[in-house]
Design a protein around this ligand. Structure first.
Ligand SMILES: *Cc1c(COP(=O)(O)O)cnc(C)c1O
Length: 420
């Protein structure tokens, strides 16, 4: 039988629900820290390695503070994300600002914090200069476009809205050089939830080769390369995680063959992963409110798409454990649904589970990235609390659940009374 482990028992969850009612997301601090250390250890021989956690995946300052302690920085793409990172004690070299369609005030805040600014378009050189002045170090996001043959691994970057074309990369760095900028970075991000480690090695090779070409042509020296995020996680129990050791080994070999061979070392290697850092270590805990049998059998939860969008939005698989029934056979086929007036508000379709009863607690796995963060208030649904399971087994609330007052906070009912 396929299964996924949990860091807590049914009894422990029942105890937690006495204080914090379902639904909630709970994150496993010990596992997050161990995973961070595993990543650092895998990349220890890659020059200047550093991970900038993609804040959008789990924008909670308590989590950011933990990751800061583990030596990670933050990858931000909006003003609130920059402020969250700042609140968690991340400034300067701890901040990567990889945004697109960026407003001036966000560039200004990123510069004020002393973070690395990663430009998404050649027109942003002038825009940034006007908005905040050019910083000492500037990075461009590369879109490799229609790649030459032999790069079948990397899909269709030319369909993506992000980044500079190849020609714009040469032109952009020339403009920066001529404006007196002396320090340079290069970035790309072409994958999402990718489980093939070759993909990331290939991405590195593409960037390293471009760095060699541009360095030679323009006579500039690159300080860092940012290989982006997008490393996938095994949402399905039968999937294998990406071997970070294999990625690190491949990146190191490509580095030696290009950067070192051309006398361009040291070049620091950065990542800005979100999903792989926290994804597997978060769980949506929710209770069965109703059972319904019509043309299919439905399990109606006390949570919905406001708590986890991925299944409804992308048809994504999230494993589900019925607490206390881990060893019961999955004999019954269910659709596991939320309460939105939207038929795609389903956590699972045709899922085989043990016989479910009203009041059972279901744990939806792998909600630690792009889970709570993607929630919305459609249909007047409120977002849940976020809890942290500490290393000593205690639990702290790191974000309270939304209330109906939060939902109404942007409306003025006084104004409504006199409105005709
Ligand atoms: C979303 C995103 C990331 C993180 O992606 P993951 O799949 O969570 O690793 C990193 N960088 C940029 C620019 C992104 O948009």
């Amino acid at each position: 039988m396929v299964s996924k482990d949990l860091p807590f028992t049914k009894e422990e969850i029942l105890k937690i629900t006495e204080k914090y009612p379902t639904p909630f997301h709970i994150y496993d601090e010990k596992a997050i820290r161990e995973n961070a250390r595993r990543m650092k250890s895998a990349f220890k021989d890659v020059p200047g390695f550093k991970e900038f956690f993609a804040v959008k995946a789990l924008p909670n300052p308590f989590i950011l503070k933990i990751l800061k302690e583990e030596g990670f920085g933050a990858d931000c793409s909006s003003l609130p994300e920059l402020i969250l990172a700042e609140k968690a004690g991340m400034t300067g070299d701890d901040i990567m600002f990889s945004s697109n369609d960026t407003p001036a005030e966000e560039f200004a805040k990123a510069k004020e914090l002393g973070g690395f600014i990663n430009l998404d378009d050649i027109s942003h050189i002038h825009y940034l200069e006007k908005a905040a002045g050019l910083p000492e170090i500037v990075c461009f996001r590369y879109n490799p476009g229609p790649l030459k043959e032999g790069n079948a691994i990397i899909g269709k970057p030319e369909e993506a809205k992000y980044g500079f074309t190849r020609e714009q990369m040469f032109e952009g760095y020339r403009v920066l050089r001529d404006k007196g900028v002396k320090r340079f970075g290069m970035h790309t991000m072409v994958a999402s939830n990718e489980l093939n480690s070759d993909y990331f090695v290939e991405t590195a090779r593409i960037l390293f080769e471009l760095i060699v070409e541009i360095s030679k042509e323009l006579g500039i020296q690159f300080e860092f390369v940012n290989l982006g995020g997008g490393i996938g996680i095994p949402y399905r129990p039968e999937q294998e995680p990406v071997s970070l050791e294999a990625v690190a080994k491949g990146v190191k070999e490509a580095y030696n063959a290009t950067i070192t061979a051309n006398g361009l070392a040291p070049l620091k290697v950065y990542l800005e992963c979100g999903r792989i850092i926290t994804g597997p270590y978060g769980y949506l805990v929710s209770q069965v409110r109703h059972l319904k049998s019509t043309y299919k059998d439905y399990v109606g939860m006390d949570s919905c798409m406001s708590n986890l969008m991925r299944p409804g939005m992308y048809g994504a698989y999230h494993h589900i454990t019925v607490l206390g029934k881990e060893n019961k056979p999955p004999v019954h086929k269910y659709d596991v649904t939320g309460s939105l007036c939207e038929n795609n508000d389903k956590f699972a379709i045709d899922r085989m589970l043990p016989e479910v009863e009203v009041g059972d607690i279901l744990v939806i796995h792998d909600t630690g990235a792009h889970g709570h963060a993607m929630g919305f208030n459609y249909n007047g649904k409120l977002r849940s609390a976020e809890l942290l399971l500490r290393e000593d087994g205690s639990v702290v609330q790191i974000r309270r659940a939304e209330t109906i007052e939060d939902y109404f906070a942007t409306l003025d009912f006084e104004q409504l009374k006199s409105f005709r």
